[in-house]
Design a binder for this molecule. Structure first.
Ligand code: PEP
Ligand code: MN
Length: 337
């Protein structure tokens, strides 16, 4: 933060300001006598902008680094590598996370895991606790769903990605999952973010449907700040005036987040579009924009899916998608995983 001093600040006012900054525990640097600025170094903003503005002799206060200290990219820091067991989510990979919206039955999740693993997919997704807009909609199989997805994944050496909708469920979900998903509706559930930050499994954090990029990165900051450095971001579409798609995929979020943060960024074209016909082109766009992977809803019988059928693709479409991405990936220096 830069504190800009008034041109006519007096020497006693300046001395008083310096004392005040020491009193409140700021680390700072006062430039030469004629210079009208003081640079505050403290990583945590100890005092509000208003506090500085209300000091005699202060003209303005400017933030020069973003408020997400741990999530931000700084020149010294490499891209974060997220290790999920033996699999690394890292810049040279483009990682596929695929599976149904919800775990519905043993046959369903077993069959989907079997086919996807044969296609080379290492991450199986499926919700057991579903955050549904309507209380009458399928809410998920809960602990039984966790047990079923774990069993299916273990049979085919896959990793489990599943959503935690409340802090109270975290210990249970940690028992079964390899990656904890935090959904769009919970991106600003700060207690949940803190709880996810206090456990050790990687967290896949989806962008809130109404969240700005700053708010998204601040949500990630909660998890990082609580002690978990294993955060994967996921752009899943935001609400706009457009009604032709379920949400609007903010593809610019991908390269922008790459500029602002060292964390990996995935794209979920399924929830972004709500339309299976758009999954292939949006997936290609995500890869071309520099994303680190995709989260895709796949169902063997989408017309009977208990949730998100219209955006779920079948095995044949998923296979075609993989083929298409495999053609594109080498041009971008990536390998599909
Ligand atoms: C999901 O992945 O099934 C889901 C509910 O996603 P989102 O939180 O992005 O709506
Ligand atoms: Mn879904």
């Amino acid at each position: 933060m830069i504190v800009v001093l008034k041109k006519n600040i007096t020497a006693p006012e300046k001395a008083q300001l310096v004392e005040k900054l020491k009193d409140v525990g700021c680390e700072f640097q006062v430039f030469g006598d004629g210079e009208p600025i003081i640079r505050i170094y403290s990583k945590q903003p100890l005092m509000s902008r208003d506090f500085f503005l209300s000091q005699p002799g202060v003209q303005d206060v400017l933030r020069i680094t973003p408020p997400y200290e741990l999530a931000r990219r700084n020149s010294a820091q490499q891209e974060s590598i997220i290790q999920v067991g033996d699999i690394a989510i890292e810049p040279k990979h483009f990682v596929m996370i695929a599976g149904p919206c919800a775990v519905e039955s043993e046959e369903q999740i077993h069959g989907i895991a079997q086919t996807l693993s044969r296609m080379g997919v290492r991450f199986l997704r499926g919700g057991a606790f579903k955050p549904r807009t309507s209380p009458y909609a399928f809410q998920g199989l809960e602990e039984e769903g966790l047990r079923l997805i774990r069993k299916a994944a273990d049979q085919f050496q896959m990793k489990v990605v599943t959503e935690a909708v409340s802090s109270a469920h975290i210990p249970l979900i940690v028992e079964y999952a390899d990656v904890l998903q935090i959904g769009t509706r919970n991106m600003q559930n700060f207690q949940l973010l803190k709880s996810a930050g206090k456990q050790k499994k990687p967290v896949l954090l989806k962008r809130g449907m109404n969240a700005t990029i700053d708010e998204f990165l601040l949500a990630a900051e909660y998890v990082l700040q609580a002690g978990n450095s294993q955060v994967i971001l996921c752009e899943r579409g935001i609400r706009t005036f457009e009604k032709a798609t379920r949400n609007t995929l903010d593809i610019s979020a991908v390269p922008l987040i790459k500029e602002l943060s060292h964390l990996p960024i995935f794209v979920d074209p399924s929830h972004a579009s709500g339309k299976r016909s758009l999954i292939l082109p949006l997936s290609r766009a995500a890869l071309a924009a520099g994303a680190d992977g995709l989260l895709i809803e796949v169902h063997h019988q989408a017309e009977f899916a208990k949730s998100d059928g219209p955006q779920s693709i079948n095995f044949q479409a998923f296979d075609a998608l993989l083929g298409s991405l495999k053609e594109l990936a080498p041009l971008l220096g990536k390998t599909i995983l």
